[in-house]
Design a protein around this ligand. Sequence first.
Ligand SMILES: [Zn+2]
Length: 330
Amino acid sequence: MAENTAIADTICRTIDLGVTITGAALDGQDRTHLYCELRAPDDRCPGCGAAGRLRDHVHREIADLPIVGHPTRLHLQVPRYRCESTACDQSIFRADIDDIVAPRTQVTRRTTAWMLRRMIVDKMSVTAVAAAVGLGWDTVNTIALSAARNLAAAPERLDRVRILGVDEHKWKHVRGQGDPSFVTVLVDLTPVVDGTGPARLLDMVAGRSKAALKNWLDARDQAFRDRIRVVTMDGFSGYRTATAESLDHARAVMDPFHVVHLAAEKLTRCRQRVQTDTCGHRGRSGDPLYGIRRTLLTRTRLLTDKQKTRLKTGLDAHDEHVAVAITYAI
Ligand SMILES: [Zn+2]
């Protein structure tokens, strides 16, 4: 039995939550119910720190990540203790499950993060996310908005941000016929540039306008604004103006994907022009520049030694290739 529990905890990742599955059931509403208890409940009294005596358990039903496409409910038995210290004001207390579920919510923290990612990164609609976790539209919308606000309320997330990404996102209000509302999504790209990790979602604000970004930037402290070196955006001019007005020393740049795409296009055009000038015809096999057309677009650190040699030979083959060499270097 213990072995089966370990397998279930591994598959359902309840092991990550610090709970262990004691039972499971399906209901007629497409949901999977997992009955769980805490693996190592904290029995220390929040008043005095002494270990309490187990009194009873409180049942909590919490929505968790969907399992194989079906909404999941955790039924957690939370131990309740009595503090036996006479000097302590605290009489009864529950084991702390704050790491699993935020106070006054009915959804595990990891589910909240999952829902936000689905909406922001995967552009999934609130309706689709609500169906996946088996919650109402309003509940999911409220949780997502409040999670986004909580991001802003954790000021340490803003430390060390040097590269700020600004992107517009359509918050898909599928319900009703109201206008789709846009939000401005703020992302920390510093870890990506430093090669230390993925981008981090920093905040979301209503609207897609110069004011949306400017108000956000102006609400941050001076130290934060001073640290920002680069703001990447998709080219929306309102964001560029806001950056210029609120961060006079930061550079507004187009996001790397657009930049790489444009730069590659310029390099290819330069190569084609020089090729026609020097060979008198469009590139064909055997032409030195045509032979390196793909190598030119490959990142330097991904090139093999053989490719590097071929690249150098191709660029050195004719004096007029210097234009391609310079464009490539840029
Ligand atoms: Zn106590």
